[in-house]
Design a protein around this ligand. Structure first.
Ligand code: CO
Length: 357
């Protein structure tokens, strides 16, 4: 791959991964994506919930919806203690065992970013029984260095202020990158690159790239976006669960790194239409793109909500495998990303073939 293109890809992945975008607070991600996609489409609009839709008109008025969600799991300040500590409530599916002892970024009322430590009582003072038990989320507190509630409020923190566990994006080696929120900023990045790749091409179907809000709290944005878009065909692009790690048997590994993008046959939100699954697999073979099937039934995706819009849509899921999603930091392979872009672009060019029944 041309060096310049690779650098652009990495810079975009970094910006998207590091952007603050807890469900319901996607503004920063949306602004970034808007700038990226505007040159490649005919129209960009934002709906009441905050979904960003980038529209590229095709020969047909029938629509292909490509969806990626902008939101990430995070937290919200639920109370401020007299001594200046914060308590937080989870937004989305956290594993409480892995939350303690990270650094937290809190977004204040004025949009400033405040750092804090997710504190726990030190092991020295715990009884042996207490040490054996994981902390519950409600036991955790955030220390921003303040000494009173008034001081915290002066900093612009309120009940309802959103927060994330923030890690910088890193390139681990030639193959792999590591960062937060790859679920689903990697899908957003795939979608931006697909629009870029199609810039000079006339498509058969009208393409609506929907960058959705609030997937992590119940597929909320995609549901209302699909209602407006009325897609004939749709594909949700995800950063999905890879579990090719020590201690996990093959039957519980939804996907593995390095085997190409994953085609979903079923997850907890949908059963993918078999002819859509077969079409994606055939396209991958024709394009010379490696692919894998995601082992059912793990995870849920926007495709589940899109499929059930109005009279129904032919919807599926294509994912880039990512290890450790729904944790503070995930690992992904760049060749899986590249292959997801290639397969999705091919799908956008040929999805109309699915409608010629
Ligand atoms: Co996701």
């Amino acid at each position: 791959m041309a060096r310049e293109r690779e650098e652009r890809r990495l810079a975009r992945l970094r910006a998207l991964s590091e952007a603050f975008g807890v469900a319901g607070f996607e503004d920063e991600v949306r602004a970034l994506i808007r700038r990226e996609v505007e040159p490649y489409v005919d129209e960009v609009r934002v709906d009441a919930l905050g979904n960003l839709m980038a529209i590229k008109r095709g020969r047909s008025s029938k629509t292909l919806m490509l969806d990626a969600h902008m939101d990430e799991i995070g937290f919200m300040v639920s109370s401020i203690e007299e001594e200046g500590f914060l308590r937080v409530a989870p937004i989305g599916g956290w594993d409480a065992r892995i939350v303690p002892s990270h650094a937290m970024t809190i977004k204040t009322q004025t949009g400033q970013k405040l750092k804090g430590a997710i504190g726990t009582p030190p092991p020295h003072i715990l009884t042996p029984e207490e040490r054996d038990k994981p902390f519950k989320l409600e036991e955790l507190f955030v220390d921003v260095g303040a000494t009173s509630r008034e001081e915290v409020e002066r900093l612009g923190v309120r009940i309802g202020s959103p927060a994330v566990i923030a890690y910088p994006f890193e390139r681990l080696n030639e193959r792999c990158v590591m960062g937060k929120a790859l679920d689903d900023r990697v899908g957003c990045a795939v979608l931006v690159e697909v629009l870029e790749a199609l810039e000079d091409e006339a498509l058969e179907l009208t393409l609506v790239a929907n960058f959705a809000v609030c997937e992590e709290v119940g597929l909320r944005g995609a549901r209302t976006a699909a209602f407006q878009i009325e897609p004939a065909v749709a594909l949700a692009l995800e950063g999905t669960v890879a579990a090719d790690v020590p201690g996990v048997p093959p039957t519980r590994r939804p996907t593995a790194l390095g085997k190409g993008p994953a085609i979903t046959v079923m997850d907890r939100s949908l059963i993918a239409p078999p002819r859509l699954v077969e079409f994606l697999a055939r396209l991958a073979q024709e394009e010379g793109v490696p692919y894998q099937y995601k082992v059912p039934p793990f995870g849920a995706t926007d495709a589940g909500a899109i499929q059930q819009t109005k009279g129904g849509a032919l919807a599926g899921v294509l994912s880039v495998p990512c290890r450790y999603i729904h944790s503070p930091v995930s690992v992904m392979r760049l060749d899986d990303f590249e292959n997801a872009v290639r397969l999705t672009a091919a799908f956008a060019r040929r999805a109309h073939e699915l409608l010629e029944l």
